[in-house]
Design a protein around this ligand. Structure first.
Ligand code: GLU
Ligand code: MG
Length: 463
């Protein structure tokens, strides 16, 4: 059932059979395979199978209830008009092109799955197939979309009562942190490399115990697969070093948050649409319309990209989180940052969505951004003049005049916008869209009346 839509897909003839893969893995001492998918709350859920079962699972999948599409991040179960209750079963079919031996979990391998009904039809809530459908739509419209997620995380020593106790004390971007956690950071780099992930850079970030890794761009589904693998690898390396890691939007209430920015670039016939000579900012008109579509939709997209009540403790002005709906050239306070890249790099140039975090399902986010970008192209969306400097430093009147809105400041506000947004409803279909709304409403309700410290404590170790 796996398809060949990803650009890295090897042809069927070259690909080893599941039986050959199982034999190879067994010879390498790999005895269990983790099959993951990401639910609407942004939690990576798993079934694991013995390597000996791989061939059977590749063909018929492994069962899992559809109820997880209405789980919240704290495992509360809600219901949507289409999803809920104890009935039904799905088949998780691994994408063996992504099968990876896990460097920090000896004896384990991993593969992402697509979810199907027992009759073999694609499941309406399958987030990974949604992303693939949107990537296919982009390809049909003549766009080559490349994406890459930046992974920020905060690392803690184990502490009583689930507290966060930064595992290093050095300053932001300070070499001290790399010296303090030298073996740990090297182990992260080694594990990612051993898994074939092309790391661009790793650095200490601003927040307490915070680090970041960025990786090479890939096709949209590949990028979402990769960020899941990167996260679980960082988590596994941390555990092996006696450390605890969080990707939650906020590790410590009141402090700068943790984002998971999404970079994307557009090409056509092998040429970057960010390198148009003579065009303003080097952007081909089609790229302008695509970016304009994304920019217009950022408020409603918040329910996809900033899906947790904790996301809104992060998404505040003047924190480099991109709290205002505006774009800017290399402006790290703009929700949409145009990255110019190095002048003589023909592939350089991309756009970064900053207002999103790791509570987001990366497949839903990748697909939603494409849907909004293509809608921008279809409707001839425009980009207003770029914003220079911190939009938070402008007066309210100035912001109003330039239509620089603050993005939603609560999950409920974001969900209201998302619920009404036709583009995302059409792209996702009612079943997935409805499940997402239900999960967002349930999470908002469960955090209602809680102080920021309580919201942070309730979400810190869920992501
Ligand atoms: N940690 C910031 C965030 O919440 C981002 C810092 C940066 O620009 O990388 O997204
Ligand atoms: Mg960063």
């Amino acid at each position: 059932m796996a398809d060949d839509s990803t650009t890295e897909a090897r042809t069927a003839e070259q690909r080893p059979t599941p039986r050959q893969e199982a034999a190879r893995l067994t010879a390498e001492g790999v005895h269990v395979i983790a099959l993951t998918w990401v639910d609407n709350a942004g939690i990576t859920r798993v079934k694991t199978v013995p390597t000996a079962r791989l061939a059977a699972v590749a063909e018929r999948g492994v069962g899992m209830s559809p109820i997880f599409d209405v789980y919240t991040c704290d495992d509360y179960i809600t219901a949507s008009p289409h999803v809920g209750g104890p009935d039904g079963d799905l088949r998780l079919i691994p994408d063996l092109r992504r099968l990876t031996v896990l460097a920090a979990q000896p004896g384990w391998a991993w593969a992402p799955v697509d979810r199907y009904g027992q009759d073999g039809t694609p499941y309406a809530c399958c987030q990974r197939q949604f992303a693939r459908r949107m990537a296919e739509r982009a390809a049909e419209a003549g766009f080559e979309v490349r994406m890459g997620f930046e992974t920020e995380w905060a690392v803690s020593r184990p502490a009583p009562d689930g507290a966060f106790d930064a595992a290093c004390a050095g300053p932001a971007y300070g070499m001290t942190r790399i010296v303090e956690l030298s073996d740990y950071v090297r182990a992260v780099a080694e594990a990612l490399a051993a898994q074939g992930i092309e790391v661009h850079q790793i650095h200490p970030e601003y927040g307490a115990g915070q680090f970041e890794v960025s990786t090479a761009p890939a096709d949209p589904v590949g990028a979402a697969d990769e960020v899941v693998l990167v996260r679980e690898t960082v988590r596994a390396v941390s555990a092996r070093h006696g450390l605890r890691v969080t990707f939650a939007p906020v590790a410590l209430a009141g402090e700068v948050g943790t984002g998971c920015h999404l970079h994307f670039s557009l090409g056509r016939n092998g040429r970057s649409l960010h390198r148009e000579s003579g065009a303003p900012y080097g952007l081909d008109p089609a790229a302008v319309a695509f970016l304009g579509g994304v920019l217009d939709a950022l408020p409603a997209l918040s329910a996809v990209g900033a899906p947790s009540p904790a996301s809104y403790l992060r998404l505040r002005p003047s924190q480099w989180a991109g709290a205002y709906r505006c774009w800017g050239v290399e402006n790290r306070e703009a929700a949409l940052r145009l990255v110019r890249g190095v002048w003589d790099d023909p592939d350089g140039g991309n756009a970064e969505i900053k207002c999103v975090d790791a509570a987001a399902n990366p497949y839903l986010l990748a697909g939603s951004v494409i849907a909004e970008g293509l809608n921008g192209v279809a409707t001839g969306a425009k980009l207003p003049p770029p914003v220079v400097g911190d939009p938070g430093a402008l007066s309210e009147a100035e912001r109003r005049e330039r239509a620089i809105d603050q993005l939603p400041s609560t999950l409920t506000e974001a969900t209201d916008l998302f619920e009404r947004q036709e583009v995302l409803r059409d792209a996702m279909g009612d079943v997935l869209h409805g499940a997402l709304v239900a999960v967002r409403r349930a999470e908002a309700e469960r955090s209602a009346g809680r102080a920021p410290e309580e919201v942070v404590a309730a979400t810190r170790w869920r992501y």
